[in-house]
Design a protein around this ligand. Structure first.
Ligand code: GDP
Length: 822
């Protein structure tokens, strides 16, 4: 807890002294050192200062200062010990002081850096996590935490979203700033891409202004070396006042050294660390100082240095203006700031923001001129060569579409063999159950509910893994960024931004992370539209439905039909984006500022890890939501059991059997009659079951689209997750005879009560379109609610997608009927 929270007479041991610069120094000089015991001599609730006893001296601290000293009380220590004892099942018998020492050896480290500088790779290798890395900006959209121990310290690592600067323009920038100011990490690990020092160090200069204790990881140092460049980094480190370590987070080189430096910065023993001021030149410095002087008249938050506030005020930073607004001398500060802005403009003939940016780049330029020597090898040659082709104004597009087409064909062709193995496996299990279990509800649950439901979804695992293989390759190699680049013009035609393209392609994998990835889009309205149309990007959960239906009814042109479906989704997304832009959300575009990172050969480790993650995610989903849904659907389909009716059928079957007993030459006719009867019994039962009743209730709405009540039920259950459409079809259509679990065959031969086929190619197309468009899954809706900040948009997506699905399927089905061609 904070020292300020202790009451009179209470004691605590100092764990950390937060704050920075002169303030921290003063507190430490007063004897507030880690590991020392403090006692509160006098603290009245509203009284300031508070009197403490530390190292046998009585000293007074202002409440604000005491807030920055972290202590641990004996009660807290006991609690920690109890928790640890429970965890480790051993009694450690550490006393209060030992625990305080251990607590003081916990270092909070925040990873800050440009997008694509390798933060996530570094985070993964250091903490042993498996977060997703990708070769384009904006993969890290949320802070992630990982803990690990090294050299007797516990590190709490927070991977923050990538940002180019710390202005308040994008949600990430604000978020990172807030984390640094309020989350108060002990040390900031600034990850810098050595292959692009100038731009990356821009963020470093802003962190220097924030006076944050910092270590710089010169990541991708291998690329710098390969280019033949040299960097005198120890010298550069001394110039900017914070230690620098060359790292290669792909291989782990330099990572231990980074954490050694972090420890010494944390302990205050690093010889390089010192606070420097970026020199903004006389004109600016004079104004910064005069605003700082006014700010210092107030009691400021110790985590935000006055110099930083002054600079931000001169940059017209809205967040900082809000903060200053509540200070007692806010008016004077505002007045001085306005005068400063005017005089800077007239003296430098440019606005203050530009002047500050120029000065920062000037600082970097000067520092690099002394320490950096460019190489002679052009490492970007290959990148340029590939780019001249894939971003070619004519060839770029066919190459992109070819790649997409190969991706969808590959998903089918490569997936077919493992899929057949899995089908055989599921068939084998079903056979074992059928042969060895007694007839009854339990057998029915296992064979039709669980194997019919989960088993039918399991067989699509290879397709999903392969789709992700392609997506991972696109992301990791850097091609995705090119795709976004060539699509920018096109995206603008949709009223969107080139940056929207990546979330849209990610949507082919899963809509949930795709919706989260929209955070990199600066313009809120473009972001919202991207979110709203994302569900039209056909996610991998819909793939099992497509593979099943297309495989059964369009086996001649599988890849083409699948490709067509995805394209339909994209076309609809374009139309909807235009409509939304025109009627719902109007705003000008922000210019396209997407960088093109150099191509990197994705490591097989990264790709396989990604595939493995997806596969296990899918399997977990099967064990979870799909299993539960299958059981519920089975229950609703199995009950109520009409015993009198069952008996009538049993008697009738017995009658047929005895009738044909004397006619051994007519066995076939007997079997046919029995099969027909069983089929009618099954259909009648299903119709009267709970699920049948629900399906029939909504059937009238879906009839005009060609769907019967079984399809209606499948669609209803697919609202939880789209794969459930397949598992429900599996439960509803697989037979009780159990000698053939191939759902495909059942769909091909299924008849309506009037003898017409339940599925025709036209109905299947209508169904495929409906599945493509209607209600995205529950998780996607939740993601839209979180990202848009309101249920309103989530509800809107539910309504518009379902309405659109109905209209499209209706038009297609009815037109098909009229033409009578299919
Ligand atoms: P983030 O956006 O900052 O989180 O960056 P990522 O960790 O996603 O990495 C971006 C890309 O750079 C990925 O393709 C990584 O494989 C690659 N990468 C990361 N660190 C290094 C490195 O030290 N050397 C090289 N050559 N590539 C790296």
């Amino acid at each position: 807890m904070k020292l300020s929270e202790l009451h009179t007479g209470e004691k605590g041991i100092i764990v950390k002294v937060l704050g920075r610069g002169a303030f921290r120094k003063r507190i430490i000089e007063m004897g507030f050192i880690k590991g020392k015991e403090v006692e509160v001599i006098l603290s009245a609730p509203l009284k300031d200062p508070i009197i403490y006893k530390v190292i046998d001296y009585e000293v007074s601290l202002r409440r604000k200062e005491a807030e920055l000293v972290e202590v641990i009380t004996e009660t807290e220590a006991n609690k920690i010990r109890e928790e640890e004892d429970l965890d480790q099942l051993t009694l450690l018998n550490d006393d209060w002081h030992d625990i305080a020492v251990r607590q003081s050896k916990t270092i909070q480290v925040a990873l800050v850096g440009n997008p694509n500088s390798g933060k996530t790779s570094l985070f993964n290798i250091a903490s042993g996590s498996r977060e997703r890395v990708g070769n384009y900006s904006g993969v890290t959209v949320d802070a992630k935490e990982g803990n690990f121990k090294y050299a007797g310290y516990t590190f709490k690592l927070i991977d923050l979203p990538g940002t180019y600067s710390l202005t308040a323009y994008t949600p990430e920038e604000l978020y990172v700033r807030k984390q640094i100011q309020e989350g108060t990490p002990d040390v900031i690990l600034n990850v810098v891409a050595s292959s692009n020092l100038e731009r990356n160090l821009y963020l470093t200069t802003q962190l220097i202004d924030m006076d944050a204790p910092m270590v710089v990881a010169l990541n991708m140092y291998d690329e710098l070396e390969q280019s033949g460049a040299t960097l005198n980094y120890p010298h550069l480190a001394r110039m900017i006042g914070c230690p620098m370590v060359p790292t290669v987070s792909k291989t782990g080189r330099g990572i231990e050294k980074v954490f050694d430096e972090i420890i010494s910065v944390y302990e205050g023993t690093n010889p390089v660390t010192r606070h420097i001021h970026i020199n903004y030149g006389d004109v600016l410095e004079k104004r910064i100082n005069s605003i700082s002087a006014l700010l210092k008249e107030n009691e400021l938050n110790e985590n935000i240095p006055p110099r930083y506030i002054s600079i931000k005020l001169l940059e017209n930073d809205k967040e900082i203006e809000k903060y200053v607004h509540y200070l007692p001398n806010a008016d004077a500060i505002r007045k001085t700031k306005n005068e400063a802005l005017q005089s800077i403009h007239s003296l430098l003939n440019e606005d203050c923001e530009t002047a500050l940016t120029d000065a920062r780049y000037g600082f970097i330029d000067g520092a690099l001129r002394e320490t950096y020597h460019e190489g002679v090898t052009d490492t970007l040659k290959t990148t340029r060569m590939i780019d001249s082709l894939v971003t070619h104004k004519f060839w770029g597009y066919p190459i992109f579409f070819l790649f997409m087409f190969v991706m969808f064909q590959g998903t089918f062709l490569l997936g077919e063999y493992p899929m057949q193995w899995l089908e055989t496996f599921v068939g084998f299990i079903a056979g074992v159950v059928n042969d060895n279990m007694q007839e009854g509800p339990l057998k029915d649950l296992i064979s039709n509910g669980i194997i019919g439901g989960v088993g039918n979804v399991l067989v699509f695992l290879p397709n999903i893994v392969i789709l992700y293989l392609f997506i991972s390759f696109m992301e990791d190699s850097g091609y995705m960024a090119r795709a976004a680049f060539i699509m920018d013009k096109f995206m603008h035609k949709m009223g969107l931004h080139g940056k929207s393209f990546i979330p849209l392609v990610m949507g082919f994998g899963c809509n949930v992370p795709a919706i989260m990835a929209t955070r990199t889009i600066e313009s809120r309205n473009s972001r919202l539209i991207t979110m709203l149309i994302n569900p039209l990007m056909s996610c991998s959960a819909r793939l099992p439905v497509y593979v099943l239906l297309i495989g059964a009814f369009f086996s001649q042109h599988k890849g083409l039909v699948l490709f067509g479906l995805y394209i339909t989704g994209v076309v609809l997304a374009i139309i909807m984006a235009r409509i939304f832009k025109k009627f719902l959300i109007r705003e000008d575009d922000v210019p396209f500022v997407m960088e093109l990172p150099p191509y990197r050969m994705p490591t097989s480790k990264a790709i396989f890890r990604h595939m493995w993650d997806k596969a296990s995610q899918y399997t977990r989903k099967m064990g979870g939501i799909i299993l539960v849904a299958s059981i519920i659907i089975w229950f609703l389909g199995y009950f109520p059991q009409n015993t009198t009716q069952n008996e009538t059928y049993t008697q009738e079957i017995a009658r047929i059997q005895s009738e044909y007993n004397e006619k051994p030459d007519q066995q076939e006719e007997r079997d046919r009659q029995i099969a027909d009867l069983t089929h009618i019994q099954r259909q009648e039962h299903q119709k009267n079951s709970y699920i049948g009743q629900i399906g029939q209730f909504i059937e009238p709405v879906l009839r005009p689209l060609g769907f019967d009540w079984k399809i209606a039920v499948s669609l209803l259950s697919g609202m939880a997750a789209k794969e459930i459409v397949v598992s429900t079809l599996g439960v509803l259509y697989t037979g009780e005879d159990g000698d053939d679990i191939s759902l495909k065959n059942h769909l091909l031969t299924e008849k309506n009560a009037d003898g017409s086929p339940a599925f025709t190619p036209l109905i299947v197309i209508s169904l495929l379109l409906f599945v493509l468009i209607y209600f995205p899954c529950v998780a996607t809706i939740a993601a839209i609610k979180n990202e848009s900040g309101s249920w309103k948009w989530a509800a809107f997506v539910v309504c518009y997608t379902t309405a659109l699905a109905w209209v499209v399927s209706f038009i297609v089905y009815q037109t098909g009927l009229l033409c009578g061609s299919i």
